[in-house]
Design a protein around this ligand. Sequence first.
Ligand SMILES: C[S@@+](CC[C@H](N)C(=O)[O-])C[C@H]1O[C@@H](n2cnc3c(N)ncnc32)[C@H](O)[C@@H]1O
Length: 211
Amino acid sequence: MTLELLKKYFPALTDDQISKFEKLEELYKDWNLKINVVSRKDIDELYLRHILHSLGIVKVQSFNPGSKILDVGTGGGFPGIPLAIMHPESAFHLVDSIGKKIKVVDEVSEGLGLENVTSFNQRVEELNGNYDFIVSRAVAVMPTFVRWVKGKIAKENVHERKNGILYLKGGDLSDELKDYRTAKIFELSDYFEEDFFQTKKVVYLPMKYKG
Ligand SMILES: C[S@@+](CC[C@H](N)C(=O)[O-])C[C@H]1O[C@@H](n2cnc3c(N)ncnc32)[C@H](O)[C@@H]1O
């Protein structure tokens, strides 16, 4: 699974984006030997399991120039880094409470020359800021997550879709989402044909500004 996979689903990638996505493999393989952020099995399938999966969010919602996006519990930079490559004119704030994970984020974004990524080594509950969208993967169940991020949503909506959470999740979510009637589930198998995406989804939850 290589870069061809990204070109297949995102044929309009610029040369600069292609070159950045190409460099990601080397950077992650190198950094993963020093600080383990991606499992050994997954690192061989980086483009499928991490990069394309992260970009599933783009199939649901692409970000306008000038927008601000927060990635909560980014780990080694997923989904934040691939999204930042796709949207060079949006600002991405990547937060994780574990310092060595943020070290990998910093090294990778420096290695790529990404100017739209800022990292924060802290718990998201302690972070201040207002964002158009808050993205995440594999961090907390929705009620906990909503508690952490409410109050961090921007007042103005600059996209057609209302500001809110875009969360990469898998499996049966009926119990987890039972209290969120406005949540919308997008099946990634509708966009990507690989088996890996059979159970994968993007959950969109609109959130109100709380001043
Ligand atoms: C399973 S990892 C997922 C990493 C990444 N999102 C991915 O999908 O590859 C969960 C991450 O969330 C971070 N995390 C958990 N609770 C957090 C909090 N309250 N604030 C910031 N980061 C948190 C952990 O340190 C960990 O790196």
